[in-house]
Design a protein around this ligand. Structure first.
Ligand code: UDX
Length: 440
């Protein structure tokens, strides 16, 4: 099939590359010539394990190409994915200007039937707006060309996006006409294997499904984080409580890990947007409002513990910080807890030496020229002469550290672990002062 993907960001590029990998011809469009140049030169503008390889082999096979030409893109694919960004605007609702601009460009230039697929996470009702935008462009040039609008939200996890796309748990498709449903079935045939993965529904339900999934997951995390804080006060261990409840199949064991808060490009934004959507319809999402509030507070727990240990004035103190990305296997720092931790430490006068396997240049970009923030080439060298170690992201390489180095390189052996990586009894037996989340 011939497919156009509009937007070569995270979702667009992963979708385009994976669709090419099963034999489709895919043209990816982006308005940013710099991004297209990187892609044409064989690079990728984001960090995602395995993506480079999939892009490279499909470009070489002639199935994947890139353009900034909106007319060519509109006339290329029968299926047109819209995978552009929907950043939150000031009031928290999703900003649809890029989605609607993409829709107008399709309407302006399309020269035959098109299935227009919303892949971006968009508020319920966006498909109608996309349909109107396309229709207005067609009417302006007296065209009666037919098209369908489909909602097909993505459930890709950063760091596991290729696997998630190639072997999805489910493929949610919201479509209101048979022609589009037929084409979507054909498109996703190669990803179904032996199981029916396609969950077909109406467009609005599909749009809501995406928000519902992320809001539910965010809720689990915030709930566990609050329980962890309570466990600490009560002298209980949240890790044991987690195993205790996770074995109930109604609860399940995934996504129950407490820590120093969730971040990333999806949960914070989608939680905000869903609360906003509800408000616009005179509806209140009380639980979700609390989820957001709890997460904002949770991003401060590490600094609260540090202040309790070292006092509020941290001038003259230096902290080694392991992990900047919002989670392992990505350089993404959007809404990352590390941003709050670093900012709060700096605000109290401390100096921070950070290490992250891939996100340090992103942190440099975010914090700019901050004289009290520096970066270490290795986790160990961040420790030298620091007053304590603060762990914010659970990168694999932090799971089994050289505890002797932690003891000898730090001024005194104090560790604040925002991801519960170690067995507290073991660490304390090594005479390391150990603060974790919700463990007695
Ligand atoms: C998420 C959804 O999982 C994905 O389906 C959706 O399409 C986009 O949003 P992603 O943002 O890549 O994906 O990250 P995810 O792995 O889901 O983690 C989100 C955040 O929750 C991270 O900050 C992570 O540290 C945190 N988290 C996750 C916890 O604090 N505890 C957990 O048990 C799980």
């Amino acid at each position: 099939m011939k497919i156009t993907v509009i937007g070569t960001g995270y979702v667009g590029l992963v979708s385009g590359a994976c669709l090419a990998d099963v034999g489709n011809d895919v043209l990816c469009l982006d308005v940013d010539p710099a991004k297209i140049k990187i892609l044409e030169d064989g690079g990728i503008p984001i960090h995602e394990p395995g993506l480079q390889e999939v892009v490279r082999r499909n470009v070489e096979a002639g199935r994947l190409s890139f353009t900034t030409d909106v007319k060519r893109a509109a006339q290329y694919g029968t299926i047109q994915f819209i995978a552009v960004g929907t950043p939150p605007d000031e009031d928290g609702s999703a900003d649809l200007q890029y989605v609607l601009a993409a829709a107008r460009n399709i309407g302006k230039h399309m020269d035959g039937y098109r299935v227009i697929v919303d892949k971006s996470t968009v508020p319920v009702g966006t498909a109608d707006k996309v349909r109107e935008a396309v229709q207005a462009e067609l009417a302006a040039r007296d065209s009666k060309t037919e098209f369908s609008v489909v909602s097909n939200p993505e459930f890709l996890k950063e760091g596991a996006a290729i696997e998630d796309f190639m072997r999805p748990d489910r493929i949610v498709v919201g479509a209101d006409d048979e022609k589009a449903i037929g084409l979507m079935r054909q498109l996703y045939g190669p990803f179904q294997r032996n199981h029916e993965k396609l969950v077909l529904m109406d467009v609005r339900s599909a749009e809501l499904t995406k928000y519902a999934a992320n809001a539910m997951l965010a809720t689990r995390i915030s709930f566990m984080n609050e329980l962890a804080n309570l466990a600490e006060v009560l002298g209980a261990d949240i890790e044991l409580v987690r195993s205790g409840i996770g074995s109930d199949p109604r609860i399940g064991s995934h996504f129950l890990y407490s820590g120093c808060g969730y971040g990333g490009s999806c949960f914070p934004k989608d939680v905000k947007a869903l609360i906003k959507t509800a408000g616009q319809h005179g509806n209140k999402l009380r639980v979700l409002t609390a989820v957001e509030e709890a997460n904002d507070a949770q991003k401060h727990v590490l600094v609260d513990k540090i202040v309790e240990r070292f006092g509020n004035d941290l001038s003259g103190k230096r902290f080694a910080l392991w992990g900047l990305a919002f989670k392992p296997n990505t350089d993404d720092m959007r809404d990352a807890p590390s941003r709050v931790v670093v900012a709060e430490l700096l605000r109290r006068g401390a100096t921070v030496t950070a290490y992250d396997p891939v996100a340090m240049s992103e942190a440099e970009r975010i914090f700019g020229d901050e004289p009290r923030l520096s970066f270490a080439g290795r986790p160990k060298s961040a420790l030298d002469g620091a007053d304590a170690l603060v762990i914010v992201t659970e990168w694999k390489e932090f799971r089994s550290p050289d505890f002797d180095a932690i003891k000898t390189r730090l001024k005194q052996p104090v560790v604040f672990d925002g991801r519960n990586l170690y067995d507290p009894a073991l660490v304390r037996a090594m005479e390391i002062e150990y603060f974790s989340i919700g463990r007695g």
